[in-house]
Write a protein that binds this ligand. Sequence first.
Ligand SMILES: CC(C)(COP(=O)(O)OP(=O)(O)OC[C@H]1O[C@@H](n2cnc3c(N)ncnc32)[C@H](O)[C@@H]1OP(=O)(O)O)[C@@H](O)C(=O)NCCC(=O)NCCS
Length: 171
Amino acid sequence: MIRTEQVQDYVQVKQMLIKAFQSEAESRLVEHIRSSPDFIPQWSIVSETDGIITGHIMLSLGEVIDDNRSYRVACLAPLAVDPAYQRKGIGGELIREALRRCPQFDIPFVFLIGHPSYYPRFGFVTAAHYGFQLKQFEVPAEVFMVYEIEEGALNRLKGELRYSKAFLELE
Ligand SMILES: CC(C)(COP(=O)(O)OP(=O)(O)OC[C@H]1O[C@@H](n2cnc3c(N)ncnc32)[C@H](O)[C@@H]1OP(=O)(O)O)[C@@H](O)C(=O)NCCC(=O)NCCS
């Protein structure tokens, strides 16, 4: 079952994130995002199997600056599936559901930093090819990807992506 995360899920989501990433950094990121103005509750989504939280995905609001104007976008991070439940399609289901929930929020794009062998199957393309820059994090060009929500937006809009401040507050 894929559904919106509830407050009662927070403890299980945290434990699952630590298992999947073998680190506490991503669960701290999720906590930062939840308490930031860039949090949208419908964008924190879990997968549940027999009452157990098996996966989680989060989108948060970001901003693209192009010359003197800016527009709101979504940034996908983190995504995790419990190692015991990986390679069963749960990650894919979470991504598709998150993308389905975007049009109602009037954002043209979803951005992410991720593995270039995984995300293109869902429609993500290399952001730099469409005139987007990322200066907050130093990453190889091929891992910075974008998904078009609003038809035609990739041919119309560009600029520098700024992730939510929640991403910059991690120690
Ligand atoms: C990435 C992740 C969410 C995928 O979840 P999943 O439920 O196993 O994904 P799906 O079952 O939908 O897809 C499985 C496919 O993803 C590929 N895949 C999984 N993790 C991958 C990775 N880190 N890089 C590249 N490909 C990956 C698998 O090879 C598999 O492809 P195949 O079926 O063609 O062999 C999961 O492996 C995970 O939680 N990893 C640890 C945390 C992480 O790295 N998150 C992503 C960065 S934010």
